[in-house]
Design a protein around this ligand. Structure first.
Ligand SMILES: [Zn+2]
Ligand SMILES: [Zn+2]
Length: 340
């Protein structure tokens, strides 16, 4: 019995991977509603690397052609979510090298029992070890010895009243703080390079957090500590937090001192939200359906137990809704570095 050509009613879990200048480049194909003949193509741009993936029915009416287009001579690896492995001919070796026109393709056949739609791909993340698996594919990330290097422009992936009004990412303040008072700064792209320990351990001698970035959120935005300036509490700064609870400082570095509301909206209040410079992960303000308070945490604002990403247990920080919000003033582990 022939299997009917499926309609893609949901996102499809296929990603393109490309090794380029030691950085892992990855594009997830997440085109929804892509009935054949009117397929949707998703493209992405990472530095100089560009590729596009689309899905077409093959001529025989039984197969699917995965078409990759990009720069001539590049090789991309197709990787599939768990619910697609039943597709025939996927195999381990699914590299597609693009011809001089910049085109390549791979033909696959589906089975009747296969569920076609992405269901488990989110957990697969970007292929990097936790906690970095949760980080945006828009960041350039690569492993250098014992460090994960992350390069980011630090520009938030959500709107803000701190973009120029003419910018399409501008969104007037629409939060619920009646005392909102915008600061005079504007978001500006940065050139942050973080080097974060991949295998963090508790430091014997603790290091104080400094002003400026003390870690990085999964969307590439900086985390700042609980101070507005040397020994100045955040009290007056809080009213300038936008509807996503961030704001830029005077050189345009957008940052979160408190729970990043856009990210907890996406990842949930218990979600993994980023990592501090010492390599220990940062989680949201809830756990096991209960609000985490400062009393649940040690002087560094963290504690140890198992999480979804670390079933064997991990030391981790939590955001809380009272000072110091994210970190107690010293890193639990030895911090890596960040330059900008
Ligand atoms: Zn600030
Ligand atoms: Zn916890």
């Amino acid at each position: 019995m022939k299997n009917a050509v499926p309609e893609f009613a949901g996102p499809v879990g296929i990603s393109l991977n490309h090794k380029h200048m030691s950085a892992l480049k990855r594009i997830h194909f997440v085109g929804g509603r892509c009935a054949f003949g009117a397929f949707a193509a998703v493209s992405a741009l990472f530095g100089s690397v560009f590729a596009q993936l689309s899905i077409e029915p093959a001529e025989d009416g039984e197969s699917v052609r995965l078409v990759v287009s990009g720069e001539s001579g590049e090789t991309w690896n197709l990787e599939y979510s768990d619910d697609l492995v039943e597709w025939l001919n996927l195999g381990e070796d699914s590299a597609v090298t693009l011809d001089e026109e910049g085109n390549g393709n791979r033909v696959v056949v589906w089975t009747g029992e296969t569920r076609y739609f992405r269901s488990s791909f989110v957990e697969t993340g970007n292929g990097l070890p936790a906690p970095f698996s949760a980080f945006s594919e828009d960041l350039v990330m690569y492993i250098d010895g014992d460090f994960m290097v992350i390069e980011t422009t630090n520009v938030p992936d959500h709107p803000s009243p701190y973009f120029p009004e003419s910018d399409e990412r501008y969104e007037a303040y629409n939060g619920d703080n009646t005392n909102y008072r915008q600061n005079p700064n504007t978001i500006a792209a940065q050139s942050f390079v973080y080097r974060i320990p991949m295998n963090p351990v508790e430091a014997t001698n603790k290091t104080e957090t400094m002003l400026g970035s003390i870690g990085i959120a999964i969307n590439g935005v900086a985390f700042f500590n609980q101070y507005a300036g040397p020994d100045q509490p955040l009290t007056n700064e809080i009213d300038s937090f936008d509807q996503y609870s961030g704001h830029p400082q005077n050189t345009g570095v957008y940052h979160y001192h408190v729970e990043p509301l856009y990210l907890t909206g996406l990842e949930g209040e218990e979600g993994l939200l980023g990592v501090l410079l010492d390599g220990f992960p940062v989680y949201g303000p809830m756990e096991n359906e209960e609000v985490v308070t400062n009393d649940d945490l040690d002087e560094y604002h963290g504690h140890f137990h198992a999480t979804d990403e670390f079933p064997d247990g991990v030391y981790h920080y939590h955001f809380t809704d009272t000072d110091p919000y994210l970190n107690g003033g010293e890193y639990y582990g030895a911090p890596g570095t960040r330059t900008n």
